[in-house]
Design a protein around this ligand. Sequence first.
Ligand SMILES: *Cc1c(COP(=O)(O)O)cnc(C)c1O
Length: 434
Amino acid sequence: MKEVKVLLEQDEMPKRWYNILPDLPEPLPPVINPGTKEPIGPGDLAPLFPMELIKQEVSTDRYIDIPEEVREAYFQIGRPSPLYRAHRLEKALNTPAKIYYKREDVSFAGSHKPNTAIAQAYYNMKEGVEKIATETGAGQWGTALSLGCALFDIACEVFMVRISYDQKPYRRIIMELYGSKVHPSPSTVTNTGRAFLEKDPNHTGSLGLAISEAVEVAATNDDTKYSLGSVLNHVLMHQTVVGQETQLQFDKIDTKPDVMIGCVGGGSNFGGFIYPTLGKKLRGEDNSTRFKAVEPKGCPTLTKGEYRYDHGDAARLIPLIKMYTLGCDFVPSPIHAGGLRYHGESPSLSLLHKTGNLEAVAYDQLETFEAGSMFAKTEGLVPAPETNHAIKAAIDEAIDAKKKNEERIIAFNFSGHGLLDLKGYADFIAGRLK
Ligand SMILES: *Cc1c(COP(=O)(O)O)cnc(C)c1O
């Protein structure tokens, strides 16, 4: 039989997360308190996050042990995940390249997001937190955190970007099934939400605005903490289980990727996928892989944004982070890849881009759906609209390899399935997609 997929055993699941901070080419610029203009300390974050996550956020330890209960939950929901070879896609492209994809869609929530949701719910539970408030774009993060909270038995309140709340009712239903309370954002339950609704009753919402609402709830309730599904250091670190497994899987088939590709919203699936390998490059151990971030032209943070201090949210409640940004007031076009509609970018990924360690490319929505449709026809899997961006870049790499007659090894992170994103595909099939 051809090599179709590379599987791992339960005990091959990573036992620790990889923290890229000590390996960065320069120290990360500090997060700044907008009032005092001073770097913020752990005490400033204590109302929002449990102490263990604050420690992880600023830790310079290269590895942090994964608690046994978190590993058990990882195993329960689908880790270790398989690495697939896209033989049929390669054949359709008639390319000498070899294309591999890491299947993060196999988790119960259908994406990579439970890798951090489970860890975050666990540490909140450990520290006696009763409720977690959060935002969600397309609904994947809300679903993942609702799953994590259900597994560790804490309450969850989700502010869901209104356009997705209206376009994607099914994820809302799953969140409610897991026991969460879901509000469309802007909502009427926070001061921030009400202020934005007053200005524009038909506001379609944005991730930055939904973050403001969730932060407000956490900051004004003692028993409630806040949780972010991307961008922050600890989130990308939790996602490195993806990249560590991928390394082991490539070792098993005695292969190394020439290029690793992922779509970027806040940067968590891409960071988690590439950081273990990029870390080797930064430490001077191995320089054989390129890294390519893919984003939508409707929200081109890395390709068109500026590297500067900005707020992570629209109401400017969150401290200033140095990152690539389109400005915290930026309202992205209402593309179907809701998870990629964020004005900012993870600070570590931003620094790595600034220092020339990453390539970045932006695509139009239509060409990403064409790529996703080709993938579904050949490989049989329905990708999330976000994932379509990575697929488009992988296809372009394979076409380029064909022109140059190279047996290029291409690996991309299949961040999630699109079985709950069929509205976008319906528009695509009907020729209505812009
Ligand atoms: C949330 C999401 C993304 C984008 O978020 P990142 O933090 O950049 O990974 C990409 N793909 C899927 C399937 C998602 O759910």
